[in-house]
Design a protein around this ligand. Structure first.
Ligand code: NAD
Length: 359
């Protein structure tokens, strides 16, 4: 059966890193006979320039019909002066909400070859392999009412609402427990149940779901402690699950443990296993068009896509091993290069992964 992937290069370094990622996808598609058909569409600033909207109707319709979406990055200074609703980032948010991508999976995995690239001591981070499961379509980023108003006493105040319903908590908890079952069977749920009622409910629902997963060791941690533990002793974690805002902050913190933003993939999935896959970094306008971007986060996003939406774990593993071999060979783009390394270009890194896949 054929499977369809919609590729959205986006802006800045997006087209450069996507070019390498699609070469890798094409290669495993042939080698493992996966029957994947890819097509391309516009999103973000590129779509604003061509069609006047960051998420054209055609792009959204094709994204909905695809088994998976592979995205580069959106945004850049060219569009920064546009109104909020017209900005490239709205294309990304529109895709997340229209496809109902409520589960954001962000692995923070440190390749041993890059232990010295982290700002933390190598012994604290070497062997690090955490998966953060972040709820992506609810919580304080979406809760109503929200806004800024002037009170009766004339003072202006801003307000947002932190809400989660039981079904929202339950479905993200199940994603996290399922992920833990495929890993080391440890799950840490992060909340602020000592202060926020919404997370008292969060904890209660997570405890209830835990009864269906007796093999998973569940723990709870307040978010402030979780932030501290992530930099103190990150290897204590296997899978972490949390709400939208806490997940936003903790996943960036976990990403930096690994040393480079250019190495980390992510997946955003809905109930039916359809997903959008993208590197965690942005469009890096400062290095765009110079062949300096690290394509590995996007290539590793292809591996996640093969694993989670296209049911091809073997091809996913082949890509991950190829990336490991390339790092073993000493190839480094500028973002992960040490003082004695000569950085390679985006294309050279893509070539090296393709060669390593043939081994
Ligand atoms: P950024 O992630 O684009 O860049 C931060 C720094 O990391 C820059 O110095 C950049 O050169 C470097 N970097 C990022 N990716 C790299 C890679 N693959 N290889 C080597 N170096 C890399 O974040 P920013 O500068 O805050 O944002 C730039 C634009 O990207 C903004 O318009 C922002 O809104 C947008 N953005 C988009 C996404 C997305 O599409 N998912 C995410 C974050 C930011």
């Amino acid at each position: 059966m054929t499977k369809s992937v919609l590729v959205l290069p986006g802006d800045g370094i997006g087209p450069e890193i996507i070019a390498e990622a699609t070469r890798v996808l094409d290669s495993v598609n042939t080698r493992f006979d996966l029957g994947i058909e890819t097509s391309e569409a516009l999103v973000g600033g590129a779509a604003i320039d061509a069609e006047g909207s960051p998420l054209p109707a055609d792009t959204l319709a094709r994204a909905k019909a695809a088994d998976a979406v592979l995205l580069g990055a959106v945004g850049g200074p060219k569009w920064d002066s546009l109104e909020m609703a017209q900005r490239p980032e709205k294309g990304l948010l529109g895709l997340r909400s229209n496809l109902n991508l409520f589960a954001n999976l962000r692995p923070a995995l440190l390749y041993p070859q890059l232990a010295s690239a982290s700002t933390l001591k190598p012994e604290v981070v070497s062997g690090l392999d955490i998966l953060i499961v972040r709820e992506l379509t609810g919580g304080i980023y979406f809760g109503e009412p929200r806004g800024v108003h002037t009170r009766e006493d004339g003072v202006r105040e801003g307000f947002n609402t932190y809400r989660y319903s039981e079904p929202e908590i339950e479905r993200i908890a199940r994603v996290a427990f399922d992920a833990a079952m495929k890993r080391n069977r440890k799950l840490c749920s992060v909340d602020k149940a000592n202060v926020l009622e919404v997370t008292v409910l969060w904890r209660e629902v997570v405890e209830r779901v835990a009864r269906d997963y007796p093999e998973v060791e569940l723990s709870h941690m307040y978010v402030d402690n979780a932030a501290m533990q992530l930099v103190r002793a990150p290897k204590q974690f296997d899978v972490m699950v949390t709400g939208n805002m806490f997940g936003d902050i903790l996943s960036d913190c976990a990403a930096m443990l690994t040393g480079s933003i250019g190495m980390l993939p992510s997946a955003s999935m809905n109930d039916s296993g359809q997903g959008m896959y993208e590197p965690i970094h942005g469009s890096a306008p400062d290095i765009s068009g110079q062949g300096k971007a690290n394509p590995l986060a996007t290539i590793l996003s292809v591996a996640m896509m093969l694993q989670y939406s296209l049911q091809s774990p073997e091809a996913a593993e082949a890509i991950r091993s190829a990336v490991g071999r390339v790092l073993d060979q000493g190839l480094r783009t500028a973002d992960i290069a040490g003082p004695n390394d000569t950085p390679v270009t985006t294309r050279a890194m893509g070539d090296a992964v393709l060669n390593a896949l043939k081994v």
